[in-house]
Design a binder for this molecule. Structure first.
Ligand SMILES: Cc1cc2nc3c(=O)[nH]c(=O)nc-3n(C[C@H](O)[C@H](O)[C@H](O)COP(=O)(O)OP(=O)(O)OC[C@H]3O[C@@H](n4cnc5c(N)ncnc54)[C@H](O)[C@@H]3O)c2cc1C
Length: 336
């Protein structure tokens, strides 16, 4: 009975675990250091009421036409719906449509995790990967190490390179160079949560901003998701520019939050004061340069199998993650 670990409960990890369902004679386990599912497809909930929520990472997905049953399931279950609310400044692509998630974008990842039947553990922060008696010994920040026959890494590439243990020597020089060649942009996201009854009166649901040094995108998130109910407070998401994100990567988070809020006030002077604000730093936001010559996945070790994938091996969108998940699952199945 093989014990398979998928590291990362983001879209790649969730989809990969779902694709492995029934293919593994044994158990598939998913670990993530965060407190919930989604990774960069996360949905934050207001402390005052879970119904008021905001997508702090991915906003909408635009799968290529003919993505197939894997995507159609999300539509038939109502996890995704066509994005019909007006988005100012959005570049429409000819070969794809845009979809939003009415319950929040993390619902996409949660759907695949549920389909996988895997055991999912949160607040499991992996620090070391080493070889012990033909198995992978996986150590985390708290708790005893555990052993696995196959390990699938779906975490951002720079975080793979931060792992300690035998993995440091297992990654050969050529692979290290390839992994080090990747690049990610950095951004901040703010989630502003309001009390029920507050009205945000703008003619758009979301808007790309082109003339502000700090803010790139604003979404009235409930409106983007067609949720306009008097019982649920509205929520606003703000994404910063990549330049602002890089320049303030190691600044005091409270100061960064204040700075973004002051820019927001200059763009939307009549925006009411929120009941609460969440500031999220995306150090590894979107891939600007993927791992060269390695589409979908990279095998780091064969016996036992250690393999990595994620959007770092494709591109930062729904298709990129699903393509990597499919490529990982195929490689694992043929290995097993
Ligand atoms: C601000 C922003 C806006 C975006 N907008 C869009 C959009 O509109 N449309 C779109 O399609 N895409 C968008 N993207 C990109 C999209 O969100 C990503 O491509 C996708 O979510 C990546 O999924 P993943 O599973 O590969 O990685 P992740 O989502 O990063 O998942 C990796 C998981 O691994 C966990 N992890 C990392 N290290 C460890 C460790 N040591 N131990 C345990 N767990 C660990 C993390 O907690 C995380 O949950 C956006 C991203 C950001 C940040």
């Amino acid at each position: 009975m093989a014990r398979v670990l998928v590291l990362g409960a983001g879209l790649t990890g969730g989809a990969c675990a779902a694709l492995l369902r029934g293919a593994v004679c044994g158990r598939v386990v998913v670990w993530d250091k965060a407190r919930g599912a989604g990774g960069r497809m996360s949905t934050s909930r207001s402390a005052r009421g879970a119904a008021c929520s905001a997508d702090l990472g991915a906003q909408y997905v635009s799968p290529r036409a003919g993505r197939g049953s894997f995507f159609d399931e999300l539509l038939s279950h109502g996890i995704l719906k066509p994005l019909t609310a007006p988005i100012e400044g959005m570049v429409e692509k000819e070969d794809s449509c845009n979809y939003m998630a009415p319950q929040g974008i993390s619902a996409v990842v949660k759907y695949y995790l549920k389909q996988s039947g895997a055991d999912v553990f949160y607040e499991y922060h992996v620090t070391h990967i080493s070889l012990r008696d033909g198995k992978w010994e996986i150590s985390r920040k708290t708790g005893p190490p555990e052993f696995f026959d196959v390990v699938i890494l779906t975490i951002p590439v720079p975080q793979i390179l931060q792992l300690q243990g035998d993995i440091v020597n297992i990654i050969n020089e050529r692979q290290k160079q390839q992994l080090e060649a990747t690049n990610y942009s950095s951004r901040y996201a703010l989630g502003l949560f309001y009390e029920a009854g507050v009205c945000i009166d703008v003619p758009w649901a979301a808007k790309y901003i082109t003339d502000n040094p700090c803010i790139r995108f604003i979404s009235i998130d409930n409106k983007k998701r067609n949720i306009e109910s008097p019982e649920i407070g509205p929520s606003v998401v703000v994404h910063t520019t990549v330049t602002f994100g890089s320049e303030h990567l190691d600044s005091d988070p409270a100061e960064v939050q204040q700075l973004i809020l002051s820019h927001l006030e200059s763009i939307m002077p009549s925006l009411p004061k929120p009941a609460s604000v969440k500031c999220q730093k995306w150090r590894y936001s979107q891939v600007t340069k993927s791992v060269p010559n390695c589409p979908g996945h990279m095998i780091l070790h064969t016996q036992p199998l250690l393999i990595c994938g994620g959007d770092g091996f494709t591109c930062s969108n729904f298709d990129g993650c699903i393509d990597s998940a499919m490529s990982l699952a195929e490689a694992v199945k043929s290995h097993l």
